[in-house]
Design a protein around this ligand. Structure first.
Ligand SMILES: [Zn+2]
Length: 131
């Protein structure tokens, strides 16, 4: 599943998370496509990425000092990562390598104001409305 909202590194990250959820769901919930529960986890992940205050300089989630997930989704996502993390290397090696390179990026010292994908997205759509 690709995102209609996200661009750049955030879109790539969502693609990866989305595939990891698919892998997990296929193995645990006996469906061909993501079940309702997993589908809403995807939408939740997309919303969090969209609102991440680091925007496109976002560190990888496991290094991020902001704990933005609600508890229920955090627990769910941890199960997904634990199952799909090692398996992704075989099914989507390029995405994994990209993620590992990203993981070496340091967490930005300061948050830049109004840097979230959501903020930029809304400004863009505002501009379209005015023009
Ligand atoms: Zn599922």
């Amino acid at each position: 599943m690709s995102s209609q909202l996200l661009v750049g590194a955030l879109a790539t990250e969502f693609k990866m998370v989305s595939k990891m959820i698919d892998l997990y769901c296929a193995a645990h919930h006996n469906t061909n496509k993501a079940c309702d529960n997993c589908q809403s986890l995807k939408e939740y992940a997309e919303m969090r990425l969209d609102r991440c205050p680091y925007g496109d300089s976002k560190p990888t989630c496991n290094k991020c000092p902001i704990h933005c997930y609600k508890n229920a989704q955090k627990v769910q996502m941890r199960l997904v990562m634990r199952y799909s993390g090692p398996r992704m290397l075989f099914t989507h090696p390029i995405l994994v390598v990209r993620h590992l390179i990203n993981e070496r990026k340091s967490v930005p010292d300061k948050l830049v104001a109004k840097n979230s994908n959501r903020h930029k997205r809304l400004i863009k759509s505002d501009a379209k409305r005015i023009l």
